[in-house]
Design a protein around this ligand. Structure first.
Ligand SMILES: *Cc1c(COP(=O)(O)O)cnc(C)c1O
Length: 462
């Protein structure tokens, strides 16, 4: 039985008011023991074998998401495009390995991500390098590695890159990051007349056109086209279409002065299910986002008489967020009568800072009592010395006891990627599950790792 059915049934039968729907996922189930299962692996068994806190990723879900995007481009755009995994969502060697096997490209936003991708054997020509303030050293690293494209986001960078390429006697393919002036939000989108962003050159105020002209004047940069990324956790297809329309109108203007855009990168940002009222979209449903976008691009190109550009998209969150869960063990439970119940876990803001950063919402479930209906609302507390160190407040949960295993769902994106050693807590390991088999893709840290780069000057030992 899938989770959604379980919860709906529980709500009906026992008159539960604090029921919730869990996003149905082919590989997230409740097994005959009443345990939560991910990718065919029993979460309670995973917690016993690998200990908690533990990041768990379902490989089947990750691959399904990558394929949906790739196959949509194949089917509806003649395969004339490439899906780039926005690796900042979860960057580790295994993810670059999966992306490579699935025929994706990747985008990287730092020298560290580039290094990790290359170390995993990811082909340099399928790497796009982003960043609003790439360091000179990072640009050199990108050129050393031979990355396919660098996405230029400042005049300084364009000029630096030109100098570096000139010195090397090579030409570098670049895209220019533009800002179409579409501000996308989680539940609505608005058009902004005066874009205010640290990213991209505004189309509306003419900066994008001026910067295009400048790059075209630099002999060692080959301007292949443009990139935009309107935001993250967006559910409205209209936002993406509106951005595409603005980009195409811009390309139509450039065409008049003789420039033909070869590549158009529309970024990422597709929303995922985290909690209660978020939209639930199965992997196959994400094809609709891309279909809508492709439709807009085809229509726009026909309208303006433009050549259909090589299409790139850069989903990060939607590829990996729902594929991941985090397992914790319940420790202290504190009930403040008439106020709030805190259930403390062995993790916190050091391995999932998103509640602290953005007030993000999550769904939690007792993995060892997954059939029990959510009858309470509790706040999940972390173990850091910060009162703000929570994973969520007033989350529906079944009655929890010390020792229970809690699974927090949809933690695959921007969790490990943002983890820290705050309070000198160890960043948990990550395991990849595939049809019931689990293996480490990120080893557990040790206390020794914590002091590896520490230096105790001699004078401080006396
Ligand atoms: C963060 C980012 C993405 C990915 O966004 P998601 O919301 O994770 O899909 C893609 N492109 C760029 C340039 C980004 O900064």
């Amino acid at each position: 039985m899938n989770l959604r059915v379980i919860f709906l049934t529980a709500r009906r039968n026992r008159g539960i008011i604090l029921g919730m729907d869990i996003h149905t996922r082919e590989t997230l189930k409740i097994n005959e023991k009443g345990h939560l299962e991910i990718g065919g692996a029993d979460c309670v068994a995973l917690a016993e074998r690998f200990s908690t806190p533990l990041y768990v990723f379902d490989e089947v879900h990750i691959r399904a998401m990558m394929r949906v995007y790739r196959e949509t481009i194949d089917r509806e755009y003649g395969g004339y495009g490439c899906v780039l995994y926005a690796s900042k969502a979860f960057s580790c060697m295994a993810m670059y390995g999966i992306a490579r096997q699935e025929g994706l490209g990747v985008d990287v936003v730092s020298g560290g991500e580039l290094y990790t991708a290359r170390k995993a054997g990811f082909p340099a020509e399928k790497i796009y390098m982003h960043g609003n303030n790439k360091l000179p050293s990072e640009l050199e690293e990108a050129l050393d590695a031979g990355v396919g494209h660098i996405v230029v986001d400042s005049m300084l960078e364009a000029d630096r890159l030109e100098e570096m390429c000139k010195a090397r006697g090579k030409t570098q393919r670049v895209l220019l990051r533009i800002n179409p002036g579409v501000e996308a939000h989680t539940h609505h989108f608005v058009q902004t007349a005066t874009p205010d962003s640290k990213f991209g050159f505004s189309i509306a105020n003419g900066d994008a056109a001026r910067m295009t002209e400048h790059i075209l004047s630099l002999p060692h940069l080959e301007l292949r086209g443009f990139h935009c990324h309107i935001g993250s956790q967006i559910f409205e297809k209209e936002s993406f279409s509106l951005a595409a329309e603005k980009c195409l109108a811009f390309l139509a203007e450039l065409k008049k002065s003789g420039y033909t855009c070869e590549e158009l990168n529309m970024g990422g940002g597709f929303g995922v299910w985290y909690a209660e009222d978020d939209r639930m979209i199965p992997p196959s449903g994400y094809a609709e986002y891309l279909s809508a976008l492709i439709g807009t691009i085809k229509t726009g190109c026909a309208k303006y008489g433009l050549k259909e550009p090589f299409l790139l998209i850069e989903p990060g969150r939607s590829i990996v967020a729902e594929a991941g869960i985090t397992l914790y063990t319940v420790g202290a439970i504190r009930e403040i009568k008439g106020l709030r119940k805190y259930v403390a876990v062995d993790g916190g803001m050091f391995e999932n800072p998103r509640y602290c950063l953005y007030g993000s919402r999550y769904t939690a479930i007792l993995a060892n009592k997954a059939n029990e209906p959510a009858t309470e609302r509790v706040s999940l507390a972390g173990k850091c010395c910060e009162s703000g160190d929570l994973l969520g407040v007033d989350m529906p949960l079944a009655h929890a006891e010390t020792g229970d295993i809690i699974a927090v769902l949809t933690t695959g994106a921007y969790n490990y990627a943002m983890a820290s050693n705050y309070n000198r807590n160890l960043i948990p390991p990550a395991v990849l599950v595939n049809e019931g088999e689990a293996e480490y893709i990120i080893r557990p840290q040790t206390y020794e790792d914590l002091t590896r780069n520490d230096i105790l000057p001699d004078r401080l030992t006396k």
